[in-house]
Write a protein of this length. Structure first.
Length: 159
């Protein structure tokens, strides 16, 4: 059960604090507070990473970095174990099963927000927002196209 909570925290942290075209919103001022085991594991796993900055949220450490030409975030638990890696992708980069299901289930979509791809235990999940004329939906999808509406917010009538 704790792994589900960790996964959710990592995904939500990625969605709310990582900007694809800029530095993290809350970069750690000092790496003193970051788990040393996490830093060592990161250095071993992502040898070619550049522009690395660290954040800490509760018992979790997050490495924001560039690998190749992609901005990624790696999450580590309190023991320094790597628990997830995430990145932002375009809607068109989603697996076909996801895009087809979104188009079928939400034909009234006016806008689809950025997609955060989060890999946890070699399993990818996708988090994004769908805007319709009446509501905003926060979506979680699996690679096989299963869609879970995590939150619905009605759009108030504007005059």
């Amino acid at each position: 059960m704790k792994s589900i909570a960790v996964f959710t925290l990592a995904a939500m942290f990625t969605l709310t604090s990582c900007a694809i075209d800029g530095p993290p919103i809350t970069a750690a001022k000092s790496e003193k507070n970051i788990n040393k085991e996490a830093m060592a594991n990161f250095a071993n796993e992502f040898k070619n990473a550049s522009d690395v900055t660290w954040d800490k949220e509760e018992d979790f450490s997050f490495a924001h970095f560039i690998l190749g030409n992609e901005r990624l975030v790696a999450a580590y638990d309190e023991t320094g174990k790597h628990i997830s890696t995430s990145r932002f992708i375009e809607f068109s980069e989603l697996p076909l099963a996801v895009t087809l299901n979104v188009k079928e289930r939400f034909p009234e979509a006016v806008k689809i927000g950025r997609v955060a791809e989060v890999v946890f235990d070699n399993y990818a999940s996708y988090y994004f927002t769908i805007v319709t004329k009446k509501q905003v939906l926060r979506i979680k999808s699996s690679a096989d196209g299963y869609i879970n509406v995590m939150e619905r917010q009605k759009i108030l009538n504007q005059k």
